[in-house]
Design a protein around this ligand. Structure first.
Ligand code: SF4
Length: 361
């Protein structure tokens, strides 16, 4: 039926053009072989980012105790997931962990706080923390702290915040299925407040929550329209006790095709293979970096991931380098990298312990 070729998709990406939205769904089905899709995605990725991978380390600066009811989230008000819960970490703890992230090769330190949004007092606290991290370590700083307006984003920009994260998670049509305490529009308003303040935007998705291929194309287009510079693609981790009994239908191949789709539609964005890398991609993890150019090291919000040494070895074996003050070889020689390898299969879901979440206490 379609006469579209993979070369047309690649050429459109290089020319910053968009073809008809439905044509992009062919990246997700079997119209084209996986290898041809990844090859085209790699050429685009390579032209903007070479062979570099940016390493992000996430820090739950406040965990659980959230009044919102995002069904996929282990921290939601009605989640029974057995996670460690705590209020905001101290300034000293957050800064010690920023140092540790920098020394482990991180390009970016991502502070994430549960909750609907920050109070004025919290914004003041964040501002002080951001200023101190930026004064002491050559690391990019990102903050994710729920819904925000322009007063908050203006203050955070003045403090030196590099990037604001606020994920769209799923399409507008699907949003009411996953949350009823805030709306898709609330999330868009937060991104607009960040952009208006001049902060780079990070906004991504969670795949595997019942969305259609058309939903995925629509989200990739929406993120392009918002000029989002960083897109984390999370693959839903069904942590026991959360409220989304998603019948996940993801395969490693589908995950790779989704990453390629986001690369075709957001050729210049930093594309991150985020939560669920180990669980969903399994042995095909290295292939993700032919489309993506970024990852989280040392696990996710409440789930462990591969340990740092294995992740760096995987990148090196696949021919990638990291965007860091240190080389992979220098980091691999260090015994003090973040994260100690999980016991058993790294493809299982394992909940982080207090020692994982607060290593400098
Ligand atoms: S995603 Fe954020 S706002 Fe939603 S329940 Fe989890 S911590 Fe709260």
């Amino acid at each position: 039926m379609t006469t579209l070729t993979i070369n047309q998709l690649e050429t459109a990406a290089f020319a910053e053009q968009i073809l008809d939205a439905e044509l992009y769904e062919s990246v997700l089905d079997e119209t084209f072989s996986l290898i041809s899709v990844l090859h085209a995605a790699y050429r685009i990725r390579q032209s903007w980012f070479g062979n570099k991978v940016q390493v992000h380390i996430i820090n739950n600066i406040q965990n659980g105790l959230c009044p919102e009811n995002c069904k996929y989230c282990a921290q939601a008000v009605d989640s029974a997931a057995p996670i460690e819960k705590y209020r905001m970490k101290s300034e000293d703890e957050i800064i010690s962990e920023a140092k540790r992230a920098y020394e482990s090769g991180a390009f970016r330190y991502c502070m994430v706080a549960s909750g609907r949004g920050p109070s004025e007092k919290q914004v003041e606290f964040y501002s002080g923390v951001i200023q101190k991290i930026k004064a002491n370590y050559p690391i990019q700083v990102c903050l994710s702290s729920g819904l925000m307006g322009s007063d908050a984003t203006t203050k955070l920009k003045a403090a030196g915040l590099d990037r604001l994260n606020h994920n769209l998670n799923t399409s507008e049509e699907n949003y009411a299925e996953i949350c009823s305490t805030h709306t898709f529009q609330d999330r868009l308003n937060t991104l607009k407040a960040g952009a208006d303040a001049g902060i780079e935007l990070c906004s991504g998705i969670i795949v595997g929550m019942g969305e259609s291929n058309a939903d995925l194309v629509s989200l990739a287009l929406q993120l392009r329209k918002l000029n989002v510079q960083s897109i984390p693609v999370n693959f839903y981790l069904p942590i026991e006790g959360t409220n989304l009994a998603a019948p996940h239908s993801l395969t490693p191949e589908k995950c790779l095709r989704i990453l390629a789709l986001f690369r075709f539609l957001n050729p210049q964005a930093e594309l991150r293979v985020a939560a669920g890398r180990e669980y969903h991609l399994r042995s095909l993890q290295p292939m993700a970096f032919f489309a993506a150019n970024s990852l989280f090291l040392d696990g996710y919000l409440n789930a462990k991931g591969s340990d740092a040494a294995n992740t760096y070895q995987m990148l090196k074996d696949a021919g990638f380098e990291i965007d860091s003050s240190f080389t992979i070889d220098e980091l691999s020689a260090e015994s003090d990298l973040v994260g100690v390898g999980p016991s058993g299969s790294e493809f299982d879901i394992k909940i982080k312990s207090k020692a994982d979440l607060r290593p400098t206490l």
